[in-house]
Design a protein around this ligand. Structure first.
Ligand SMILES: C[S@@+](CC[C@H](N)C(=O)[O-])C[C@H]1O[C@@H](n2cnc3c(N)ncnc32)[C@H](O)[C@@H]1O
Ligand SMILES: [Zn+2]
Length: 269
């Protein structure tokens, strides 16, 4: 992380701003040390990633996080196997997230539960000539996933402020981002309403939240291909969790992407 990334963050315990303390730098990269708030809550930074996890994950969420930690190194290969199985090009499909990016000027974007950072890699694929206008932030609870994302961003030359945090209490300021992206977690989250409320909280007024997860479209569900997909992985039977979208969200739209195998909910503040 770099010092300017702190502007987006807040203490997950008392919600106050954070400042650096006892940091070790590598150029302008903060490698390790601590970030602290006025109330002296102190949070470790390890491998450039501040751990702003509060509250701890529930037992059920913890089980998922452990699984993600253990699959982090092979996660991108797993995603690639989805391409052949579902007959899609997931990285190309992810580039469509660029449709929700403001067409010019500075843009602050958060990817919440970012995994290995595929969404930012896809946005880089689409906007590589104009990366200077973006302020990218990525959060995940799994340190293993974040470590892989960090390596990927280094290789691509993209600057992303990474943070280990809980989607149920995002350590980000209110009304901060132009766009909040979430893909591939909500189906298994223990408190979907809370996660979506948090995404809406951190987006600016008029900003956009895009949520994508496994869930076959009604058309694909009826086909033999759909039935085969459901038999192999029941998560594809999930429906868009519309009942959990915060009541204050506006302009809610639901679509199906990735060849009708994932739902996508888009709403604004
Ligand atoms: C299926 S992966 C999706 C990763 C990535 N967004 C993608 O599209 O490839 C789900 C991610 O959610 C993260 N996650 C699960 N529970 C979380 C929580 N409570 N807070 C933050 N991240 C969480 C996992 O660590 C994992 O990286
Ligand atoms: Zn604090």
């Amino acid at each position: 992380m770099k010092e300017f990334h702190l502007k987006a963050l807040r203490c997950p315990s008392c919600r106050r701003s954070l400042r650096l303390s006892e940091v070790h730098l590598d150029g302008d990269e903060i490698e390790s040390g601590k970030v602290v708030c006025e109330k002296r809550h102190s949070w470790l930074v390890d491998e450039g990633i501040p751990a702003l996890v509060y509250p701890r994950a529930s037992a059920k969420d913890e089980t998922w996080i452990k699984q993600y930690d253990s699959m982090a190194e092979n996660y991108d290969d797993l995603l690639k196997s989805y391409d052949e199985w579902l007959g899609i090009d997931m990285m190309k499909e992810r580039e469509r997230l660029g449709n929700y990016v403001t067409i010019e000027g500075p843009s602050k974007i958060a990817d919440v539960s970012m995994g290995t950072g595929a969404n930012f890699a896809a946005l880089y694929g689409r906007f590589r000539q104009e990366m200077g206008r973006f302020d990218f932030h990525g959060l995940d609870m799994s340190h293993g996933m974040l470590r892989i994302a960090r390596r990927k961003f280094k290789d691509l030359g993209i600057t992303v402020g990474l943070v280990q945090g809980n989607v149920f209490n995002l350590p980000y300021q209110d009304d901060y981002f132009n766009l909040v992206i979430h893909s591939g977690g909500i189906n298994t989250f223990s408190d979907k309403s809370r996660a979506l409320e948090e995404m809406l909280r951190v987006v600016k007024p008029w900003g956009i939240v895009v949520v994508t997860d496994e869930g076959l479209s009604p058309d694909v569900r009826r086909t033999d291909r759909g039935k085969e997909i459901l038999k192999t992985n029941s998560l594809f039977g999930s429906r868009p969790p519309l009942e959990h979208v915060p009541p204050m969200a506006r302009h809610l739209e639901v679509a199906y992407v990735m060849g009708g195998t994932f739902y996508q909910m888009v709403f604004s503040k």
